[in-house]
Design a protein around this ligand. Sequence first.
Ligand code: ZN
Length: 284
Amino acid sequence: MVNRVLVLCLMWLMSMNASALQIQGELIQGNWVQLVVSPDAMIEFEGKTLKADQQGRALIAFSRDAKPQKTLRIIEPTGQKREYILQIAQRDYIVQRIDGLPSRHVTPDEATLAKIRADGQKAVEARKIELATPYFLDGFIWPAEGWVTGIYGSQRILNGHPRRPHMGVDIAAPTGTPIYAPAAGEVTLAEDMELSGKTLFVDHGYGLRSDFMHLDEMLVAQGDRVEKGQLIAKMGATGRATGPHLHWGMSWFNVRLDPALMFNLDRTLARGAKIENNQVVWED
Ligand SMILES: [Zn+2]
């Protein structure tokens, strides 16, 4: 009897220990992970303070250039604080240097610049939203079929001037190709923008969202709730785009993430791969 009580106590202690912090997902640059901690524990990460939900769930994420070590603090409802050092796997990104380009100075006029700034501010505000519904729990599907023409993190350096890295996955197909919600969520932005054209944000909760750019048509409006797999838009080339494609970005608050990391691919997504039947098909 004593032994049995002891074993039960040990098991309880071990399970308490195990539930102190669980991380679901890979600790790698550009990814988000789900934490499971004590219900209502507070989480401090990257200058943000988050509250775990009633099941102890919260999300955190790592930027494209996240350092190899990140500090995570958990404050239990009892006030007890614990600190963890997370080891973040580092990635290589494609960096393309193109020199000897004729210098072209295209300066947008004042009205266009004002529109670009106003668009940017709307996106900044939408990225501050923290919806309390965990829409992300059901997992994600690819939002469209087509050829992968751009990947997360790649960067061009033109005449020595680094451009902003590409913060999403580009999928190219003819104008009008259907675009489906990759997971359930709420539409927190639906705007015709100067650079990104017709743009939708679908918020998946807890700071995590998808953005869809260069749309030909938006079939949902701000405030709408969407189901996973619901037709939300049609592919196009609005804004600054050289041809019809979907730019699918993801972010955790203002941290830009790599949507491809959610699909457990056996190799890094690359240009020339094809998305078909919710699968990545390699053409080589
Ligand atoms: Zn893109």
